[in-house]
Ligand binder design. Structure first.
Ligand code: GLN
Length: 366
């Protein structure tokens, strides 16, 4: 095998889910919802199987490209359907950078960004976020990390794992910086409908000519295993980027594309996202107040279904084995800079009963 299979090691998310199953732990590690997807999505899929079963164009099923475009207010010509946000990010890495290039991203970071950059031959350059009472982007550190080799800035908004959401000022400053240095921006916005205060700004609105946006039906519609995501490209670039995925998956699952195409307008019309946010806000508050009452420091997320907290002196594997609660250790989100001591990420896309039980177990353990 090629030495690059070094990248094949088990991800922290898979590892914590495996350990949680082995030890009968409550899994607040890997972010996937305990609740089932909405019935309107499942019914649409049942109708599509047996009807829409053959290859779609690599760029995506036309009615799904249109539904995404309609939902996000862009032209369908600028939409590519992918096998989840992960393949979207991979296709972008392949299309945008190569050996000798650098891509600047923030730490803590979401795991797929690094192996994908390396597989394309590029080097990730990590800029730590500032952690005070909240997570903040250090704009001057971000600018200092840029070199003549930098091709792109890769950002997540709302941000996994911190749950932070860029303010308008931060978003404008980041876009201005990308303009000054003529960089692409890859904006991973898979949690775009999961926010608890102001709706997040889509970076594309500020610089449509240089922003690639990544989105996810799995995240929006609580079906993370369906692997339906999308890319919004700057005008004119979709065919070439979509062409790259001809050589991997060719296209995403056809009937699931058809089902998502039906479901996106229903979700919007019927207030599905408002209900989703309400449910998650309640579960965020439950988890956060529970952790606080155990005397732990928490960093309240403004978006996503993740909450970061400090559990000094604790170790993730011991937590799974002894407390029977799985969470992701903060160190998993850092590769170049030191992780804050005792940092953990908890997923609250689980049932209230699971969250309550996890809190009880932590109380007994701490
Ligand atoms: N996005 C999810 C998380 O952050 C799942 C990650 C994964 O399994 N690759 O937990």
């Amino acid at each position: 095998l090629h030495p690059r299979t070094e990248l094949s090691r088990e991800s922290i998310f898979a590892q914590m889910s495996r350990l949680a199953a082995e030890h009968g732990a409550i899994n607040l590690g890997q972010g996937f919802p305990s609740n089932p997807p909405p019935p309107f999505l499942l019914e649409a899929a049942r109708r599509a199987i047996g009807t829409v079963d053959q290859y779609t164009p690599p760029i995506g099923l036309p009615q799904l490209r249109e539904a995404v475009a309609e939902d996000l207010g862009v032209s369908p010509q600028e939409v590519i359907i992918t096998a989840g946000g992960t393949e979207a990010l991979h296709a972008l890495a392949e299309a945008l950078y190569g050996p000798g290039d650098e891509v600047v991203l923030l730490e803590p970071y979401f795991d797929v960004y690094i192996p994908q950059a390396r597989m394309a031959g590029a080097e990730p350059v990590m800029v730590p976020m500032r952690l005070t009472d909240r997570w903040e982007v250090d704009l001057s550190a971000l600018e200092q990390a840029i070199t003549p080799r930098t091709k792109a800035l890769l950002l997540t908004n709302p941000y996994n794992p911190t749950g932070s959401v860029l303010s308008r000022t931060e978003a404008e400053q980041i876009v201005a910086l990308a303009r000054r240095h003529d960089l692409w921006i890859i904006s991973d916005e898979v949690y775009d409908e999961l926010y608890f205060a102001e709706p997040p700004i889509s970076l594309r609105e500020l610089a449509p000519e240089r922003v690639f946006t990544v989105g996810s039906a799995g995240k929006r519609l609580e079906a993370t295993g369906w692997r339906i995501g999308w890319i919004l490209t700057p005008p004119g670039l979709a065919p070439q980027v979509a062409g790259m995925r001809q050589w991997s998956s060719f296209c995403s699952a056809a009937p699931l594309q058809a089902a998502v195409a039906e479901a996106l307008p229903v979700a919007r019309r019927e207030g599905f996202y408002e209900a989703l946010r309400q449910g998650y806000k309640a579960r965020r508050d439950l988890l956060e107040s529970g952790l606080k009452s155990l005397g732990l420091k928490t960093f309240s997320p403004a978006g996503t279904y993740f909450l970061t907290a400090l559990l000094p002196g604790l170790e993730a594997e011991a937590l799974v084995r002894e407390a029977k609660v799985a969470a992701i250790p903060g160190s998993a989100f850092y590769i170049q800079n030191p992780a804050p001591k005792g940092l953990f990420r908890f997923a609250f896309c689980k049932t209230e009963a699971e969250i309550e039980q996890a809190l009880e177990r932590l109380e007994g353990y701490l």
